[in-house]
Each structure stands twice: as structure tokens, then as C-alpha cells.
Design a protein around this ligand. Structure first.
Ligand SMILES: [Cu+2]
Length: 151
């Protein structure tokens, strides 16, 4: 291998290294609006972890408690329950959506109105054990707003 070739490879490796550092991306985040006195709502988004990992926790200044929930059948009833973490397969988008995985915002401190923005902080642990903190700004959609991807 000649020296120039070697430098070229080094550059490629450092580029890959930089990409691997920006592990997790979040898109299409939104929060369901609430009516007055309502104490809970859901946040939804698409999370993709390049190298694979798991979502450990979510927090938001608008809620005292935030949990990752899944929907599961209990007998004949669909119920939701908290999961300790959410698996993020490498390179595959995991969708948090109504009727599926979601972030449950509980003990809301305020009404969430359409047009508001809710800050969310996600903690993701990569396969290498490194933790990453992501800040997401999720717009509030009106309660009766059509869900994305539905016609
Ligand atoms: Cu829930």
C-alpha cells in the first residue's frame, strides 16, 4: 500500500468515526394536546440509532413523570405499561405512535395547546455502553388532529 492510499483510508475512517458519534436521530416528534385539567398525554416520534442501542429514559419540563410505554394485550384488553428501556436496532427506525410505543407524560404542569412546543430530553445508551443525551423540540398537535400517515 503506498502512503497516499494510506492517508485516504485514514480520512475515510475518521469520517466513519464522526458519523458513529452522531448515533441517534429523532424525527417527526409531536405531543398530543390536552384539555384543561388533563394530567397525562403522549409524545410520539421516530428514533433511529445508527449503531444500535436502547432508549433509557425521557424527561420533559412540562411533566413531573415521563415513561416509555408499550401497548400489550392483557387477556382481551389492550393496556399500556411502562418498559424499562426500548430496544433500538441498528439503523432501523423505531416508531413511537398512537396505539404503539409512546412516551407517557404524566402529572402535567400545564395544559398543552396546539402550537406550543414541548422540550423532551432522551437518554440513549449505545451498544458500546456510551450514553447520549438528545434534546428534542416536539410541537403540540390539537387533540382531534388527524394522525400523521393516516388519510
Ligand atoms: Cu401510556
Amino acid at each position: 500500500m503506498n502512503p497516499i492510499h494510506r492517508i485516504g483510508l485514514a480520512a475515510v475512517w475518521s469520517l466513519l468515526g464522526a458519523a458513529a458519534f452522531a448515533q441517534t436521530t429523532v424525527k417527526d416528534a409531536w405531543v398530543r394536546g390536552t384539555v384543561e385539567q388533563q394530567k397525562a398525554s403522549g409524545a410520539f416520534m421516530q428514533i433511529t440509532s445508527a449503531g444500535g442501542g436502547k432508549l433509557l429514559s425521557v424527561s420533559s419540563p412540562v411533566a413531573d413523570v415521563a415513561e416509555v410505554h408499550e401497548m400489550a394485550m392483557e387477556g382481551t384488553t389492550m393496556r399500556m405499561r411502562a418498559v424499562a428501556s426500548l430496544e433500538l436496532p441498528a439503523g432501523r427506525a423505531v416508531e413511537l405512535k398512537p396505539g404503539g410505543y409512546h412516551v407517557m407524560l404524566m402529572d402535567l404542569k400545564q395544559q398543552l395547546k396546539a402550537g406550543d412546543t414541548v422540550p423532551l430530553t432522551l437518554v440513549v445508551e449505545g451498544k458500546d455502553g456510551k450514553r447520549e443525551t438528545l434534546q428534542v423540540q416536539a410541537p403540540v398537535r390539537a387533540l382531534g388532529a388527524p394522525e400523521p400517515g393516516k388519510h
